[in-house]
Design a protein around this ligand. Structure first.
Ligand code: APR
Length: 312
């Protein structure tokens, strides 16, 4: 049976997600947006591209949620992107209302769907989605860790001139400037990064990774990154639809793991047909643990701010 994936928000990230997903030929796609004609136009354009690349996928665009009925996965990218000088948290109240509506509308039509959330501030929006949808925690996943890890992998690749396929990086923590690139666990073809790169180069890569989203925002001036975030979502959706049991870093609801509770936070998770099927706990040293707690504190503040501003 063919799967169905609905993407709420057909802006840069949403439409690029549709593009990456169509290439994978794993589901029919629905794009929903409030702008009249835009999701229809993008869907039709993508549909017309698919004969060229030989993919049999139906792509529908709509301004109405009815089109999303019976989706296996709902991706939420609706919201405002960051502008230069804005932090992800500045988007809190505006995006909270947008995400709330997207979840409430879609959950009625697809009660069994798994939700992948991209809208920023990411960890807090995933928390909101779980609360307003009254969803079991395993069915809400925030996309951030694959993206942050991919940025680090890209920077390591640029430095060492080695295939990105050989580079494994793991970035945990909140999707903000306090994120935690785990250099001890990251490696090139099994050789720890710390043994390949001089400390100053590694530190520069860690710092650039942490500011990776902001670097793109400053360059674009009118929006935020979309190719890499969308590619990360496509990998997550594929892992779910194909029940791959793929371990990736992603934002998950923690209930005591890593000593944290009642928080969405970036940790290694195993993705399969049930959504998050397992949260993997790495053994962290003291320094890593301290960085993780610092990052958790930042996410906690935004989540608390949301709870005080928004009724669930
Ligand atoms: N319902 C549906 N779509 C909406 C709604 C809504 N209530 N409100 C806004 N949108 C749509 C906008 O019309 C726009 O097309 O969401 C889309 C967002 O697209 P872009 O402005 O291109 O932003 P994008 O770069 O895709 O980022 C979207 O993802 O990565 C995060 O920080 C980013 O929170 C931002 C989100």
């Amino acid at each position: 049976m063919k799967h169905k994936v609905s993407i709420i928000g057909a802006g840069m990230t949403g439409s690029t997600t549709a593009h990456w997903l169509a290439e994978r030929e794993i589901a029919d796609l629905v794009l929903v947006d409030i702008v009249e004609g835009m999701p229809q136009g993008k869907a039709l354009d993508l549909q017309e591209a698919l004969p060229v690349v030989g993919k049999d996928v139906k792509v529908v665009g709509s301004n109405r949620y009815e089109a999303t009925a019976d989706s296996d996965v709902v991706v939420i990218t609706a919201g405002l992107p960051r502008k230069p000088g804005m932090s992800r948290d500045d988007l809190l109240t505006t995006n909270a209302e947008i995400v709330r509506k997207a979840v409430q509308e879609t959950i009625q039509l697809s009660p069994d769907a798994i939700f992948v959330v991209l809208t920023n501030p990411l960890d807090t929006m995933a928390y909101l989605a779980m609360k307003v949808g009254k969803l079991p925690p395993e069915r809400v996943i925030g996309q951030a860790g694959i993206l942050d890890s991919a940025r680090m992998r890209a920077f390591v690749g640029m430095e060492l001139n080695v295939s990105v396929e050989n580079i494994n990086c793991y970035v945990l923590g909140g999707h903000g400037d306090e994120m935690v690139p785990l250099t001890r666990h990251s490696n090139v073809a099994g050789i720890p990064l710390r043994d390949i790169l001089p400390a100053n180069k590694l530190e520069a890569i860690v710092s650039r990774t942490r500011k990776g989203g902001g670097e793109i925002v400053s360059l674009l001036k009118t929006g935020s990154a979309y190719y890499a975030p969308a590619a990360a979502v496509a990998q997550m959706v594929e892992a779910i639809l194909k029940d791959k049991k793929l371990i990736v870093p992603a934002s998950a609801y923690l209930q005591g793991e890593y000593g944290l509770k009642d928080l969405f936070f970036g940790v290694p998770v195993q993705l399969g047909s049930q959504g998050i099927e397992k949260i993997i706990e790495y053994k962290l040293d003291k320094e890593e643990q301290a960085m993780l707690l610092k990052s958790a504190e930042a996410v906690r503040q935004t989540t608390d701010a949301l709870v005080s501003l928004v009724k669930f």
